[in-house]
Design a protein around this ligand. Structure first.
Ligand SMILES: [Zn+2]
Length: 431
């Protein structure tokens, strides 16, 4: 069994930071050592020389847990940067056309491979993905994740109305295909399944009923959907489900809320909806670049957080405009500035690591540099570009360095990535 030690400046969170001075929320080692064996972290501490293990020296870079992206659509990789006025126009003009390509032989495999390369380039080691409505898009996604030994969550989109016929399943076929895919992929290697009704607009009541059955039959699977992103979407949802008290109430009525439920966007929620999300332990996923790009609105982090709602953060590729969690949190910072709220650099890096791991109920597996966790790690270089190096010369604290990484950093700041203890970025082809 080979043992590797990564030497560098090690940073990992232990709790949600309660302010920019909350030094108790993290552990920081100026000259740290992460000992890895069999894909897992077995020890973390100050560096001492060890003749047995291979030492990889990443000083002066920072080593953090690999980034976690809570919501994206891998099948939209070729339609990022599509010009549209708002969500529904964007879906109808581009998205529903693009996703039909996944019915073609070989397409899903090619896009999966490019998509996973891009995640690694950006330091993301776990993502929660929507596939298309075609089962083969799910097979390609999990097969690629398995090949790379990555912990990935994903699922077949279920949609049986308000979309082109070539993309629509039926309540029955969506149920049958999902069931088959759960049996094939959930718990295989590091793969985890997410039951994925796209959103209320594209699912009939019969399909949400079928989703409810799936959730009851597979309580250990995740559930993901979209909620309250855009005003026109909310109006249409209430026309389709007039018996529900509000948009959240639709998913509530079909028994879909709970600690495994990941709800993209959650921008325009009323007080009842916020309370229901908190009571059920459902997760609201903040997608800042997407919300700005589609003009959807400004996520109210403070209100949801104070109400006790669990929160995640994500790129929402391809409504989102970057694969980078650094770029995403930079935009998240600006969204909250416009809300009159502050997002500290500590909170940003907490959110993309331990925070998202907790929102996935995966604390103890990923999201922290601690014995027993997977050795999914990212190595960050705060002086990766001339502009960053210029600014780094005046940085005097860890918090300042993190804010520099978030504000100016992108894939160029990702010096290396480890997936289950193996180098993943420097071994990518074409670099
Ligand atoms: Zn989405």
């Amino acid at each position: 069994m080979s043992r590797t030690i990564l030497r560098g400046r090690v940073l990992t969170f232990v709790s949600e930071p309660q302010g920019v001075d909350d030094t108790a929320s993290y552990r920081y080692l100026e000259d740290g050592a992460i000992t890895i064996e069999d894909g897992k972290i077995i020890a973390v501490g100050d560096f001492v020389s060890d003749d047995i293990a291979e030492v990889i020296d990443h000083r002066p870079h920072l080593i953090l847990p690999g980034f976690i992206d809570m919501h994206l659509h891998y099948v939209q990789s070729q339609m990022i940067a599509s010009y549209a006025a708002s969500l529904l126009e964007w879906l109808n003009t581009y998205t529903f056309v693009e996703e039909q390509k996944f019915g073609q032989q070989g397409h899903a495999g090619a896009i999966s491979s490019a998509f996973f390369d891009e995640l690694i380039r950006n330091g993301t080691t776990t993502a929660v993905a929507y596939c298309s409505s075609h089962p083969q898009s799910v097979d390609a996604f999990f097969a690629e994740a398995e090949k790379r030994n990555m912990l990935m969550v994903g699922g077949k989109v279920m949609m049986d109305r308000n979309a082109p016929e070539a993309l629509c399943d039926t309540a029955q076929s969506g149920y049958d295909d999902t069931k088959m895919l759960i049996e094939r992929w959930h718990g295989r290697g590091r793969g985890l399944y997410a039951i994925s009704p796209r959103f209320a607009l594209t699912s009939t009541p019969e399909q949400l009923e079928a989703s409810q059955t799936l959730v009851a039959e597979h309580p250990d699977c995740y559930v993901q959907t979209h909620l309250s992103e855009n005003a026109a979407e909310i109006t249409y949802a209430m026309e389709l489900y007039p018996g529900s008290p509000d948009y959240t109430g639709i998913y509530e009525d079909y028994g879909l809320l709970g600690p495994k439920m990941l709800l993209g966007h959650c921008i325009h929620l009323n007080h009842r909806e916020t309370r229901v999300l908190a009571e059920t332990g459902s997760v609201a996923v903040f997608c800042p670049t997407s919300n700005l790009f589609l003009g959807s609105g400004l996520f109210d982090h403070e209100r949801l957080s104070k109400a006790g709602v669990r929160i995640g953060v994500a790129t929402d590729i391809g409504g989102g405009t970057s694969y980078s969690m650094l770029r995403t949190l930079d935009e998240g910072y600006k969204v909250l500035q416009l809300r009159g709220q502050r997002l500290t650099p500590l909170n940003s890096f907490y959110m993309m690591t331990l925070g998202n791991a907790r929102s996935l109920s995966l604390e103890g597996t990923i999201g922290a540099i601690a014995p027993g966790n997977a050795a999914d790690l990212v190595v960050l270089n705060a002086g990766a570009t001339p502009a960053m190096a210029l600014r780094l010369a005046t940085v005097t604290s860890l918090v300042e360095e993190l804010f520099l990484l978030q504000t100016l950093g992108d894939d160029r700041a990702i010096a290396e990535v480890y997936v289950a203890g193996a180098r993943a970025k420097s071994t990518l082809g074409g670099l």
